[in-house]
Design a binder for this molecule. Sequence first.
Ligand code: FEO
Length: 398
Amino acid sequence: MNNVKKVTEGIYWIGGSDRRLERFENIFPIPEGVSYNSYFIDDEKTAVFDTADVTVADQYMENLKTALSGRKLDYLVVLHMEPDHCSLIDKVTALFPDVTVVGGKQTFVFMEQFFPESRDYNKLEVKEGDSLSTGAHTFNFVSAPMVHWPEVLFAYDSASKALLSADAFGTFGALDGGLFADEYDFEKDFLEHSRRYYANIVGKYGVQVQAALKKAAGLDIQMILPLHGPVWRKDLNVILEKYQKWSTYESESDGVIVVYGSLYGHTASAAEAVAASLREKGEEGVKVFDVSGTDVSYLIGEVWRTKKIVLMCPTYNGGIYPPMEGFINDMIALGVQNRVFALAQNGTWAPVTGKMMSEKLTNLKNVNILENVLTIKSALSAKDAEALNSFTDAVHSA
Ligand code: FEO
């Protein structure tokens, strides 16, 4: 069954939702699914902006044929040449051999790399400042490098005042029937997915996102049409303000996350004691995570949300417990900034991870690593009450 949805006059959504893919990019678990958005322009000339992932190929092709309603396709615009959006280029161009494929210089380089066996498409190379008219609609191209690949373009339609924003403002989460963000309770249904998507996929490129936001600020944008998740036609500031915070590495809340590694439950027990003590001191929004049992992408999402991060880690093979080391490495790779870190170390004969974690965390910009390290010898006990109290005092007052 086709699933074509009207976005606004002359623009239709023809994408698909995938609820079977276990991991996005074969890394990030997506139990909530994901949508691949593609937009069809019904105008004097017909156009499609991006295709979709191969996982929704049948649905996509059915939607495209339905939207075209017997017309031929004039333009296939490729704003982002990553396979979750470009996998069906070959299928579309095979069906419409006269179509003109529109993209940036680098788009076509990547296209040849991904589809070396493809026939020669009709190509139209565009760059920032160029425009494409389909009749009533004129799409102006804006370069958005590293949001989050280097070839990315945005397109702004001066007729509908819609910004086709590629991955920017996208989110994990399949669409549950509705197309628009205002058809959902965004905070409840999508915010966590949106933050996790941003932090893990775009998070490293805050400077480039800032540059794209500055360009967007110069446009009269009434709608945002991303490549994943719902379309924004109301309250655009909700997502724009989140992007402003996320891309400047500003936390959303003053809460604390306590992330622990624990072989036998003793550091876990200490983490519960730290969390309880923080609550008693009035710290709100304390959340505790087992680093071994929580996919790191969720931890990264939480790091983008909150200000203070407590890491509690046993020694393992003379070093940092591997899942904790993986989490810290991910924070470094993504360029986390402006956070407070408090460290606790556990060791039966060599509690040394406080110093090791601290050394790694100094790779991050603008972070405050508290000097007060909580040391646990095997298990936290009543004799450690003063040390625990002093540790949580330091976290609370940071
Ligand atoms: Fe949704 Fe960067 O691909």
